[in-house]
Design a protein around this ligand. Structure first.
Ligand code: C2E
Ligand code: CA
Ligand code: CA
Ligand code: CA
Length: 279
């Protein structure tokens, strides 16, 4: 790392290395707590609704992991997922989360979709597809209802493996969404070469899309690209009606964000569904 820092203009690289070191340190600490944790009980799921606003229809829910540690309190997934990835706990966590998600979905109407996030480690594991298939069977969930969400950053770690793994999910009948589109080391070749069905427009563009902004231009370009390639586009992080309208004007139909609902407990999904089916 030091050699690397010396080779290039100092300030920037050193800053990067420092941030990186900090991250590794806290991941190492978290790993210790993950080791001692009773993950099957301390992990839980939340569900955030995804809406098709062109048809005013609830499409389904994205599953979001939560870890309530008796010692640390609630640890956000942005912290424990990376720690779990580098320590190998992610495989266990992924199957616990998927099981809780699909179990909850047994009570939903059969046309609602279930979004599941997978990490870079999951994608290089041949068993991930089988785990999901088995759980779908166990809980009687049709595989076409499952959408696998993967970030660009995860996909790029090993393109060939990602391509292979995502193709297996597709063969099994599931859909694939590219998550946080535009924030990773974006490359249009992912869109060209991976077997995608949807793109999730990152909230950073959504939230800067009001007025004549660069964010709006980027959002518009991504939405047009999706249309041209016949990919679904889901705008993430909608917090206000103004943001919804701004993105809707650009031709996007599917939305997710606090404006509709914060991620909810599994049992809350039922009253939410009931309320919105009656509309
Ligand atoms: P993500 O997949 O992009 O999920 C969306 C995140 O944005 C969630 O944060 C959600 O609570 C938050 N969010 C939703 N609507 C809004 C909004 O209107 N405004 C703002 N500011 N935020 C909004 P969360 O639950 O903290 O998850 C963070 C990230 O952790 C996720 O980002 C995902 O990358 C990862 N993650 C969560 N659950 C899992 C999981 O089960 N497996 C894996 N591999 N990663 C997960
Ligand atoms: Ca996601
Ligand atoms: Ca996202
Ligand atoms: Ca994200």
């Amino acid at each position: 790392a030091l050699c690397y820092a010396k080779q290039f203009s100092r300030g920037k690289i050193v800053m990067f290395e420092q941030n990186h070191a900090e991250h590794i340190l806290s991941a190492a600490r978290l790993t210790k707590f993950l080791t001692d944790a009773d993950l099957a009980n301390e992990l839980s799921v939340r569900f955030q609704p995804i809406w098709n606003c062109a048809e005013m229809k609830l499409i389904g829910f994205e599953t979001l992991a939560r870890w309530e540690s008796p010692i640390l309190g609630s640890v956000p997934p942005n912290e424990f997922i990376p720690a779990a990835e580098s320590s190998g706990f992610i495989t266990t966590i992924t199957s616990i989360i998927f099981e809780k998600a699909l179990m909850a979905a047994t009570n939903w109407p059969k046309d609602l979709k279930i979004g599941l996030n997978i990490s870079a480690v999951d994608i290089s594991n041949d068993d991930t597809v089988k785990v999901v298939e088995k759980l779908c069977e166990k809980y009687g969930i049709e595989k076409r209802r499952v959408t696998i969400e993967i970030t660009e950053t995860a996909a790029m770690q090993d393109f060939e493996r990602s391509n292979h793994c995502l193709s297996e999910f597709k063969k099994a009948g599931m859909s694939i969404a590219m998550d946080d589109f535009g924030t990773g080391n974006s490359s249009l070749s992912y869109i060209q070469n991976l077997p995608l069905d949807h793109v999730k427009l990152d909230r950073s563009f959504v939230q800067s899309a009001e007025g004549e902004t660069k964010g709006r231009q980027i959002a518009s370009t991504v939405i047009e690209l999706c249309k041209a390639l016949e990919l679904g586009c889901i705008a993430e992080g909608i917090e206000s009606e103004a943001q919804l309208k701004a993105i809707q004007l650009l031709g996007c139909k599917a939305f997710q964000g606090y404006y509709f609902s914060v991620p909810m407990q599994p049992d809350q999904t039922l009253s939410y569904i009931e309320k919105h089916l009656k509309m």
